[in-house]
Design a protein around this ligand. Sequence first.
Ligand code: HEM
Length: 329
Amino acid sequence: MKQPSTEWREIIAPDEETRYKGYVEFFKQLQEKKSKQYGNGRTLHRKQLLALSAELEILGNLPDYAKHGLFAKAAKYNTWIRLSNGGMDKRPDKEPDIRGFTIKVLGLSGPGALGNNVTSQDFLLINREVFGLKSSEPFVQIVMAISRGPLALLGYFIRTHGFFGGLKAIGEAKASVARKFTGFASEKFYSAAPLSCGPYAMRVRIVPSSKPNVETTDDWAKEMSDRVKQGPITFDMQLQFFVDESTTPIEDASVNWEEANAPYVTVGKLTIPQQDTHSEAGKKLDTEVESVAFDPWNALVQHKPLGDVMRARKFVYLGSQQGRKAISI
Ligand code: HEM
């Protein structure tokens, strides 16, 4: 078994910041267009399903390679959770989509990844283990094509894969998003892209530990709201570490870090306690979470996001936050 390694490297293209600034311009126009339709909001993951308060307990006795930043010592933190559908539109939940599970760990203070001081640490997780595209560029091209309609999307895949390859690729992309979603209490959620853990590099996931019944619904907010009204839901927080560039690449986000090569280590317990999301406190939290910035770069310096996909997000998320006048905490 290969051991966690500090030999990871980022490869920074000389022109990439210019490219990322171009993404910001495109996302700005998209956000303005959609905000006219739905009101002020995020460019992607626009539909907030539910806001929840939770507690993250960091465990003691972790291996030395995990003991950095947030995971340096055993502690308990209040956290906020935002559950979302991934799309640029507010579509019914029954439509296939990527689902977001965003965690803001509160009550910290320390040097941040952007050279600032941070008072919270964010983890933006989705129900996909791997980003699936090599870099940010094809992702932005696909978002652009989706925003222009189904023909533009087909045109993009035909341009990049040839006619028959394009048809196959679009089918595969749709099938990947259409995979049945079993609910926020029963799925695993992943960072999909790497971040540092002190001198090491890692990916993060949460795994349900409360073994809920799996249900089918067209209203995931209600499903989760009903669950937490009845009792707590728990997850294990786990980290997986870079071992070498070929098996756990930093710059190629299309390659999954297989568990056989990079096993997960449980580092924390995330507990969503029993709560009433329709109470006055629940409604207040919903409004606050909608207006707050969640950003992979809102991170302790020990958890600096890594790789092209993450570096692009540094520019794009800030632009989207400015476009919706988000509050940073
Ligand atoms: C592994 C890769 C990625 C993951 C796991 C991810 C996940 C997420 C999640 C969970 C949210 C919702 C945040 C919230 O609840 O406030 C979000 C928002 C967003 N994502 Fe991503 N994303 C990824 C890559 C990207 C890329 C490559 C781009 C564009 C270049 C992008 C653009 C956005 C934008 C514009 C928002 C809205 C930001 C805001 O206004 O707060 N994402 N993403």
